[in-house]
Structures are given as structure tokens and as C-alpha cells.
Design a protein around this ligand. Sequence first.
Ligand SMILES: Nc1ncnc2c1ncn2[C@@H]1O[C@H](COP(=O)(O)OP(=O)(O)OP(=O)(O)O)[C@@H](O)[C@H]1O
Ligand SMILES: [Mg+2]
Length: 411
Amino acid sequence: MEKIDLIKKMLESDPENAEMWCLLGMEYAAAGRVNDSMLAFSEALKTCNDDMKLKISQELVKLTASMGKMQNESNVDRGSYISLAPEEENDKEQDSEQQDSDHKIVPFDVIQGGRVEKGSDFETAPTIAFEDVGGLEELKETIRMKIIKPFVNQGLFDKFKKKVGGGLLLYGPPGCGKTFMAKATAGECKANFKPVHITDILDKYIGESEQNVRNIFATARARKPCILFFDEIDSIGFNRAKLSSEHLRPVIDQLLTEIEGIDSNTDKLLIIGATNMPWDVDPAFKRPGRFDKMIFVPPPDKKARAVIFKLKLQEKPITEMDFELLANKTELYSGADIENVVEAATENVISEIMKTGFEREINMKDMLTAIDNTRPSTIEWLKTVKNYVKYANQSGLYNDVENFLSKNKSI
Ligand SMILES: Nc1ncnc2c1ncn2[C@@H]1O[C@H](COP(=O)(O)OP(=O)(O)OP(=O)(O)O)[C@@H](O)[C@H]1O
Ligand SMILES: [Mg+2]
């Protein structure tokens, strides 16, 4: 267990190190601690890059396959919350828990993961709305037409016998607002919002993962109106042709069946998916009635960047800002990159104030220094997608990306 302790120690000082979380997941898996391993992988998924996401998906597939084999073993480890405390204390805690529970076997519940109660991760009408999202005007209009209007104005669609439903699949480089936009959509519709992650679905018992899928949809129907948001859908709906294990297939099939079974007239249930890797999503998800509209969420253009700077600085003490100049200096920056610039500038000003004792506002120079110290994080993704556009765009799936790239020759 020494290696596990060592990794946990390193994670204490660097809790967002995806590689370390992934390593911890692999060590736990090797030690047969399946549920701890899953939780570690799910932590890794939060901050990892695309290459690692693929690797983690494969590790998760292996893990779930091994779960099946463990099904009949009586010595089931409990779904414990990964603690970064030393292993010894953990063991003691588990020993006393073991006595308390009088060797009751409690199956591991992936949704709970020891952190949240089942069902409690529903968010009621998120407080963000479209006005909090900078730019992406075309996307807002599509969502208004395809989701919000049918959702709040169903009578009109009934009258014209216009079928509503189906889902939106948002794709694009990291940090450009896919998750943010989905939340804002739920805010606009005044609907419940349920983000679904791979760890909400996978379970070590055969058949349980499919049951989890059914439960998620049943709970969402019970909480209508509701938007189910499948973030990182490539990790759940991984292309079946590329899957090396048979284990995920029934889960994907169940998911497709549930999605197809949505009757938007009565269910008041909508689905939005998001991914950085649309090419890894099973094509069956992209058929009519499922995620039938793929929408590219690009890095913000100049006008949108100025708006995002304004939004992110609006509650901070600032001197007069030249938002146009800030936008000019941040080509290809994502919304998250802009947020980082603002945070870095804020941090610098605060630490200066603490040193000098002289309070001042954030000024243009602080912002430009922060920009000089950062680079856009979207370039790597755009370079990858360029190859897909070149070699795998026969069906026109990536036409929006092609347009974007043709306007940004520097990539
Ligand atoms: N258009 C935008 N307007 C305002 N803020 C934005 C915008 N885009 C991104 N942000 C900010 O960046 C943060 C990260 O964005 P978000 O999580 O939505 O990115 P994402 O596209 O889902 O990325 P990933 O692919 O990594 O999941 C948001 O919480 C938000 O604060
Ligand atoms: Mg996201």
C-alpha cells in the first residue's frame, strides 16, 4: 500500500493532477479496490486532457468487466469516499465500520460514491441564464427554437403537429462553454437540471449499470420539467465499434432505448449532451430522435471575448478598461481561459495589496500582464479536429468547424 499512500500525499499538494488520480485509480484497481478505483478515475476525468480521457475510459471498461467476475464474491468492499488521509487511519475506520455493520454487505453505489445522496444532485432551475453567457448568439437562437420554445410553448407545436424532442449534442474545444450553456438553458426553461456522468451509471454488478440508466430517466420523469445533461458523453456513449470490451454495450443500448423512448409531449424531459471528442461518440447516438443535432461550440469571437471579460470583471473593483484591446489580445482564448486571466490579475493585485498595505483597483496593466503570461488552451483541440475535417467529413458533420478553421488560417 506504500505506493497508494505516496500518490495520495502527492495529491494532497496537487489535487487537480489528473495523471496522479489516474495512477491512483490504476493502483486501486490492481489492489482489487474497485470502488475506490472508480472514484479516483472520476476525479481524473474532471481535469484530464483528451488523450487521458480515452485511456481512463478504457481503464473504466476493464474495471467494469472485472466487476462482473467479482459478482459472487462475498468479500465486497464498501463504497467509500476517497480520503486523502493516510491508509492506516482509513483501515481503522473501515474496521470499526465493519463491526458496526455486523458484516452486512452493502453493495457499492456509484451514484452515491459516498459523497452525495442518490437523487440529491438534481439542481433545481440553475441560477445562470443566457445573459451570463458571452457570445454564442447562434447557439442561443438554436436552443431557443429547438428547446426553449417547444418546452414553454407546447400548445403551438401541438397545433401544427410539429414533433418536438430529440436532443442536442454540443461539441467543441474545452472551456468554451458547453457545460455552462447547458446550465443556462435549464435556467432559461426554469427546469430541473440533472448532470449525468459515467460514474453515475457504471456499477460492478451485471445488469446494475443498465438499471442505473433506467433509474436516472425514471427520476428525471418524476421531476419534470427536467433537462438531463450528459456531460462528456464520449465516456458513456463510446463508439461501440472501437470498444474492446463487451461490457459497456448493453449499457449503451439501454441508454439509446431510454433516449428514444422519451415522449416529449408528456415527459417534459429533454436531453443535452456535450463532448470534446464527437468522433468517439457512437454513431447510433447521432440518429434522428436521439442527439440529432450536433452543434459546434467554438472559441468566442472578438465581440464575445469582450463580453466575457465584462461579465467576469463586473463585480470586481476595476479602473476603466479597454475591453476591445483585451479581446484583441486574446485570440482563440476560451471562456475558461479568459476567466483564468481575470483570476490571475485579481490574485496579483490582492497579493500586492497584502504586501504594500495600499489598496487599489485592478487596472488595464494588470490584465495585459496576465494575458502575457497565458496561452489559449483551444489550439491543441483545433489542430486535432483539423485532421477530422480533412479526412472524415464526407457527411458534412464538421462543416461548422471547417468554416471556423477557414476563417482562422493560423491554426
Ligand atoms: N461563453 C461564455 N460566457 C461566459 N463564461 C464562459 C463562456 N464560456 C466559458 N465560460 C466560463 O468558463 C468556464 C468553463 O466553461 P465550461 O465548463 O462550460 O466549458 P466546457 O466547454 O464544458 O469545457 P469542457 O469541454 O472542458 O467540459 C465556465 O464555468 C464559465 O465561467
Ligand atoms: Mg464541460
